[in-house]
Write a protein that binds this ligand. Structure first.
Ligand code: SF4
Length: 63
């Protein structure tokens, strides 16, 4: 599983970072970024939750 944050949509609300701060973190611009290399079997459900919880749908799954 790979995800990316669509910066043009992100509000910087911090919801995804609050759900999993290994995969999601704030970039220098105050918006979220995702590090797909940190996704593993243990946190993939949280990544899915973050994707579904983002209020503006800024987290998209990549192939
Ligand atoms: S939950 Fe969505 S809007 Fe909020 S910081 Fe994460 S990507 Fe941005």
């Amino acid at each position: 599983m790979k995800v990316k944050v669509m910066k043009e949509k992100c509000l910087g609300c911090g919801m995804c970072v609050g759900i999993n701060s290994d995969v999601f973190s704030f970039d220098d611009d105050g918006l979220a970024k995702a590090d797909s290399d940190k996704i593993n079997d243990e946190n993939k459900d949280q990544v899915e939750e973050a994707k579904n919880s983002c209020p503006v749908g800024a987290i998209e799954e990549e192939n």
